[in-house]
Design a protein. Structure first.
Length: 255
């Protein structure tokens, strides 16, 4: 039987999925009142993506919207904070879970709008946050997804302060958003640019924890162990434009 473009499958026909969570990178969920409130999407539509469709995903004022997303991609969004998982963090998924792409429109009920907006979901939220729980229940209902969490140690990097101390320039407290910049989850802005064929990122009013999250987007685990609590301006320049050979350095004087 098909419902909203998704074949309903008995739970027994869908293998359980193991989620491998890096112990060092696991982010504790903040203490708030969101855990005591039960919330689920009120209306959900899931349909196969059209060939060549541009992909996107994100939470809006009252809904989650996605296009061109595989089930595995949705699992990452539902169970891991942004860029907090390794490339092999999902184990046991069937082949189709990586290959078949879906469009998702899921709306919150009018009764839950106020609570949802108070705890507006972000992809760097912890695993027990409102947004994560909404996606988790949706995947369990519509894909009959069953998961189990296992802990594992992964290779990765730690941001630490060098022996001669930090040389970061603290951002002004009232620093405006720079022109052409992209707001970053966790606060601050990044201005992407290129110079002399090298990829550069100018970071403004960014904390080291937010910077570590940005570095995780290159497929490796990165944790912040600097102990620095401020927000800083700096520039990161990649020494190679090849995504497989991206080694970078920070220029502290050219932010």
């Amino acid at each position: 039987m098909a419902q909203d473009g998704v074949k309903a499958q008995p739970a027994a026909s869908v293998p359980s999925v193991a989620l491998v969570q890096d112990k060092a990178a696991a982010a504790p969920a903040p203490e708030d009142d969101s855990k005591s409130h039960s919330i689920r999407f009120d209306v959900v539509s899931i349909k196969p993506s059209r060939p060549g469709e541009n992909w996107h995903f994100g939470f809006g004022p009252d809904a989650f919207s996605a296009a061109g997303q595989s089930l595995v991609s949705l699992i990452y969004q539902a169970y891991f904070p942004m860029n907090m998982s390794g490339k092999d963090a999902v184990k046991g998924a069937p082949d189709w879970a990586n290959k078949e792409l879906w469009d998702v429109e899921a709306k919150v009920s009018p009764e839950d709008i106020e609570f949802y907006q108070k705890h507006r979901p972000r992809f760097d939220d912890g695993p027990d946050s409102v947004g994560k729980r909404l996606l988790q229940s949706m995947l369990a209902d519509r894909f009959h997804l069953a998961v189990r969490m296992v802990s594992a140690e992964m290779d990765g990097y730690a941001l630490v302060v060098a022996k001669n101390g930090p040389k970061l320039k603290e951002a002004a407290p009232d620093e405006p958003q720079p022109s052409g910049s992209i707001p970053m989850a966790g606060g601050g802005y990044m201005v992407p640019a290129q110079r002399d064929g090298l990829v550069r990122g100018q970071f403004h009013a960014v904390s080291m924890s937010t910077f570590a999250t940005q570095l995780r987007g290159n497929g490796v685990a990165v944790v912040d162990r600097t102990g620095l609590s401020g927000r800083y301006d700096f520039t990161l320049t990649w020494l190679s434009s090849d995504p497989d050979e991206r080694v970078g350095f920070i220029n502290f004087d050219d932010a």
